[in-house]
Design a binder for this molecule. Structure first.
Ligand SMILES: Cc1ncc(COP(=O)(O)OP(=O)(O)O)c(N)n1
Ligand SMILES: Cc1nc(C(=O)O)sc1CCOP(=O)(O)O
Ligand SMILES: [Mg+2]
Length: 208
């Protein structure tokens, strides 16, 4: 199985956003190094999630980029995505692994070392860890954990740690120094005036 990409683009489906345009721009720059996580609003129907995920799987395929589906693992299976991502309100990690199968990419959210070890023991292949910094993209999150919080999880597990929450190109160096393998972003790409350029800037910080 190819190694996990370091730049995770989480789709922004809030009103006024154009997730497909952002995915196209990022794919053109990052290609196989990109992981696209299809994340829809909680109020979206399964049909809406399925339609968007199917279109993104088709966009990713020629680039050999990875496509994951957030939360809705039946949608991941239906569109033949590469895998999924689950958190505390979703299927437990061991159940998610059973649904997706042994070869799928499966990520889990973990905010501290004990939960991180449990998620890995249950079958997670990577961890999404955050919020690293303040974010206006998602409500109801705990206080930011910063690079020190990333370091605590990195030291506890042996799977890639993907830092999420308020991540920008400017904050990548400190997260990498803390041991993050990669980063997941919404706003840094979806609100960028030039998403292709923003992708290049993030990639440069992730690979230098
Ligand atoms: C890479 C990554 N890390 C964390 C999350 C958050 O997942 P979760 O806690 O399940 O919250 P929702 O995204 O479902 O609102 C993520 N999606 N990706
Ligand atoms: C979806 C999500 N999950 C988070 C977590 O910490 O679990 S932070 C987050 C939103 C990330 O968006 P942005 O890059 O715009 O800050
Ligand atoms: Mg979730």
């Amino acid at each position: 199985m190819p190694s996990l990409g370091r730049l995770h683009l989480v789709t922004d489906t809030r009103p006024g956003r154009d997730p497909l345009a952002v995915v196209r721009a990022a794919l053109g720059v990052a290609g196989p190094d990109l992981v696209v996580q299809v994340r829809v609003e909680d109020a979206a129907t399964d049909r809406e999630a399925y339609d968007l995920a199917g279109r993104i799987v088709a966009l990713c395929a020629p680039y050999r980029a990875t496509c994951l589906v957030n939360d809705r693992l039946h949608v991941a299976l239906a569109v033949r995505a590469d895998g999924g991502h689950v958190g505390a309100d979703d299927l437990p990690v061991d159940a998610a692994r059973r649904v997706l199968g042994p070869d799928a990419v499966l990520g889990a959210t973990a905010r501290e070392p004990v939960a991180a070890r449990a998620a890995v023991d249950a079958g997670a292949g990577y961890l999404g860890v955050g919020p690293c910094h303040h974010t206006s993209t998602k409500d109801g999150l705990p206080d930011p954990i910063g690079p020190a919080g990333i370091r605590a999880v990195v030291d506890a597990v042996d799977v890639p740690v993907i830092a999420i929450g308020g991540v920008t190109a400017a904050t990548v160096p400190a997260l990498r120094a803390a041991g993050a393998y990669g980063v997941a972003v919404v706003g840094a790409l979806s609100t960028a005036a030039d998403p292709a350029r923003a992708t290049a800037e993030l990639l440069r910080e992730l690979t230098c």
